[in-house]
Write a protein that binds this ligand. Structure first.
Ligand SMILES: *[C@@H]1O[C@H](CO)[C@@H](O)[C@H](O)[C@H]1NC(C)=O
Ligand SMILES: *[C@@H]1O[C@H](CO)[C@@H](O)[C@H](O)[C@H]1NC(C)=O
Ligand SMILES: *[C@@H]1O[C@H](CO)[C@@H](O)[C@H](O)[C@H]1NC(C)=O
Ligand SMILES: *[C@@H]1O[C@H](CO)[C@@H](O)[C@H](O)[C@H]1NC(C)=O
Ligand SMILES: *[C@@H]1O[C@H](CO)[C@@H](O)[C@H](O)[C@H]1NC(C)=O
Ligand SMILES: *[C@@H]1O[C@H](CO)[C@@H](O)[C@H](O)[C@H]1NC(C)=O
Length: 275
C-alpha cells in the first residue's frame, strides 16, 4: 500500500515537472516570436517613418501621396530591373522648384559642395530638393510577390545597374537638369585627372538636359586643393564645353577649397560671388 502510494506521488511529480517544462518552452517561443516580429516590422517601418519625417520638413506637400508614388516604382519588382522610367509617376506628383541662377550640380565634390550650399541659402543641389533630401543616404528595394520595402539584402550598385536606388538618382537628376535655368553652376574636382567623366551622372544625365534658352550659361567651378592635378585647360573640360546645347555660354573658374569655405560663410557676398 505504502509503496504504491509513493510510486503514484513520484509519477505525479514527474508529470508536473514535464508540464512545467512544456509551458516554459512555449512561453519562450512566444516571447521570441514577439521580439523578432517587433524588430522586423520596426526596421520596415523605420524607412517609412524617416521618409515621412524628412518630407514633412518641406511645407505644403502631400507626403502620403509622394510616398505612394515613390514605392509604386519598385515594390513587387525584380530589384535588378527597376528602369528610370519607373519613377516618372513620382516625378509627376509635384512640381520641382524652379531655381533660376541657383542650381548647383556636382561630380566627385560631394563634401565641398554640400558644405558650401549649407553655409548660405543660395545655391541648391539635387540633395537639397524635397526628393533628394528625403532619400539622401538611404537604401531600398522591392521583391517580386511582395508589397513591402526592403532596406537590407538589396543588390549592390556593382551587381546590377538597374537597381531601385541608382535609377531613382538618375531620374531625379534628369528632372533637376530639366528644371535648371539661367546661370547653372557645377563643382568639379581638380584633384583628379578627368574632372568631366563621361560615366558620371552629371555627364551622362544632367548636362544632356540643359537646353538653351532656358539655360543661358554654365559656370564650372573647378575645386583646387593643395594636390591639384588638373586645371581649366584640361581636355575633358573642353569636351564638356563642346557638348553644351548651342547658345549656352561656358566659363571655367579655378577656385581653392579654402576660398570656398571662407567666401561661403561671408554673409556680405552675394550668390555666385565666390568665383
Ligand atoms: C537670373 O540672372 C539673370 C541675369 O544673368 C537675370 O536676368 C534673371 O532675372 C535672374 N533670374 C532670377 C530668377 O533671379
Ligand atoms: C498589396 O497591395 C494591394 C493594394 O494596396 C493590396 O490590395 C494587397 O492586399 C497587397 N498585398 C499584400 C500581399 O500585402
Ligand atoms: C552669370 O554668369 C556670368 C558668367 O560667369 C556672370 O558674369 C554673371 O554675373 C552671372 N549672373 C548671375 C545672375 O549669377
Ligand atoms: C570615370 O568614372 C568611372 C566610374 O567612377 C571610372 O571607373 C573611370 O576610371 C573614370 N574614367 C576616367 C577617365 O577617369
Ligand atoms: C594647366 O595644366 C597643364 C598640364 O595639365 C599645364 O601644362 C598648364 O601650364 C596649366 N596651366 C595653368 C594656367 O596652370
Ligand atoms: C585631361 O583630360 C584628358 C582627356 O579628357 C585626360 O586624358 C587627361 O589625363 C586629363 N588630365 C590631365 C592632368 O592632363
Amino acid at each position: 500500500m505504502e509503496s504504491g502510494e509513493g510510486r503514484r506521488q513520484e509519477k505525479w511529480r514527474k508529470r508536473r515537472v514535464l508540464i512545467l517544462a512544456v509551458i516554459a518552452v512555449i512561453l519562450l517561443a512566444v516571447i521570441l516570436a514577439i521580439v523578432l516580429g517587433v524588430t522586423l516590422s520596426k526596421r520596415r517601418d523605420d524607412f517609412n517613418t524617416k521618409f515621412m519625417e524628412r518630407c514633412q520638413k518641406f511645407k505644403g506637400y502631400n507626403c502620403q501621396k509622394i510616398w505612394d508614388a515613390f514605392q509604386q516604382a519598385y515594390v513587387n519588382r525584380d530589384p535588378c530591373d527597376v528602369p528610370t522610367e519607373a519613377y516618372d509617376p513620382l516625378i509627376a506628383t509635384f512640381l520641382f522648384d524652379v531655381l533660376c541662377n541657383r542650381t548647383m550640380f556636382w561630380s566627385k565634390t560631394g563634401d565641398v559642395v554640400h558644405d558650401f550650399t549649407r553655409r548660405k541659402n543660395c545655391f541648391k543641389t539635387v540633395e537639397d530638393t524635397l526628393l533628394g533630401s528625403v532619400l539622401n543616404g538611404l537604401e531600398w528595394c522591392g521583391k517580386i510577390g511582395s508589397n513591402e520595402t526592403f532596406t537590407t539584402g538589396c543588390p549592390k550598385w556593382e551587381e546590377c545597374e538597374k537597381n531601385a536606388v541608382l535609377s531613382f538618382w538618375k531620374r531625379v537628376s534628369a528632372a533637376f537638369g530639366e528644371f535648371a535655368c539661367g546661370n547653372v553652376t557645377v563643382m568639379l574636382n581638380g584633384a583628379i585627372t578627368t574632372p568631366f567623366n563621361r560615366s558620371s551622372i552629371f555627364a551622362s544625365v544632367e548636362v544632356k538636359k540643359f537646353k538653351f534658352p532656358n539655360v543661358k550659361n554654365l559656370n564650372v567651378v573647378l575645386v583646387i586643393q593643395k594636390n591639384a592635378v588638373t586645371n581649366c585647360t584640361n581636355e575633358s573640360l573642353k569636351n564638356l564645353m563642346l557638348e553644351l546645347d548651342k547658345g549656352i555660354g561656358y566659363h571655367c573658374f579655378e577656385v581653392s577649397d579654402s576660398h570656398l569655405k571662407e567666401c561661403g560663410s561671408d554673409p556680405e557676398k552675394p550668390c555666385g560671388a565666390c568665383w
